[in-house]
Design a protein around this ligand. Sequence first.
Ligand code: PFF
Ligand code: NA
Length: 451
Amino acid sequence: MTEKRAQFATRLGVIATTVGSAVGLGNIWRFPYEAGVHGGGAFLLIDLFFVFVVGIPVVCAEFIIGRHTGLNVRGAFKALAPKRAWGVVGYMGLLSSILILSFYSVVAGWTMKYIALSLSDFDGINTVEGLHGQFDRFASSDWSPLVCTLLFLLANYLILARGVQKGIERMSNIMMPLLFVILAVFCVNSLMMPGAADGLKFLFSPDFSQVTPSVMIEAMGQAFFSLSLGLGCLITYSSYFRKETPLLRTAGTMAALDTLVAILAGVIIFPAVFTFGLQPEAGPRLVFEILPSVFCRMPGTMLWSTLFFVLLFVASLSSTISMSEICISYLTDELGMSRRKATVINIAVAMVLGSLCALSFGSLSGWKIFGMTLFNLFDYVSSNILLPLGGLLISLFVGWVLDRAVVRRELSPDGTRRGLLGARIVVFCLRYIAPVCIATVFVFGLGIVSL
Ligand code: PFF
Ligand code: NA
């Protein structure tokens, strides 16, 4: 490499970009719908377990690899473990990033449609049934979701081709705090609804009879997906970190904020579900049906609703930018492509696969593989299988293969006692706890062994 590698400018920038990658549809769309389908409180509890016990150490492992090598996901493993099978982690990450980008862009496209619908006051529709029908008609039609998906990917292209630092870093600094404020306002509003008690009970009181091995798989997948973990996204971003960035603290802050946003989303959505007598098991459509019903009952519908979907759009954008960056940094570092060419290739592939995912709610809805539509298949395979498998291999690599001095230097550059203790705990988790947890869930959850 001739040029010096780009770096994030400030400590705030590091937090804003990593949190920008983490906070997105995973928190506001996927978490509530998964929790709704898989029993609420029990799902939340298992998700929390995976975020804090497995997630934070593996986030640190990705940060260590990324900052130490200053390379993309494929290059990093090539540099650290030349000619060994570890290289497969790099390729798995690249594949996952494309699969996720494809189905994620469909839902991000829905948020664009809902910005337009908010501005038109939902065409005057304000009943729960009416809004349900409106979503149905939209999602199962062919052109509209397809065009939204392509427009969303085009927006990604325009930002990515200019380079990440100025656009996304600066936008995230402003939009992320605003998102928290808006979520807090909706929380208060939702706690005053008649269904608040039922909603909170659903979210916070675990019913362990609901916990099956497949719920464990889903909750583990949700934790990885939400933390952008296991596919090298955080390796890529941390290759832009400075030497002074404290890795363990950054990992903790990111996981805490990410979890907070998911819980806030749950607190907003479930009281409304019970207030309007809807089913928590509605699946991917849940958020798009519930929230408009809530907005229609607030004074200033158009303002709140537009603001919300704009913020959700921006949160999605800062996540998809980080997904694309995985491939782009690979294509530019390893294959020597120009940034523009790499971006065109990444976005073009996502446009083809994303179109198929968009149609899988409409004319391709009968097209099923393993009983899943393409949209669901891409989500299931990446979140529930490829990401945790990537996480398993990354934790084994940093725990057992990577030179211990490197790990210690990255986690605790000035060797304070506290720093070294933190490093020791992280290494212990990476060697034993994380691999055992992930492997156990795989063995039982995928039915390799059943009780
Ligand atoms: N963490 C993002 C979210 O919760 O919406 C999704 C995501 C971003 C997954 C980046 C993977 C990734 F590389
Ligand atoms: Na997230």
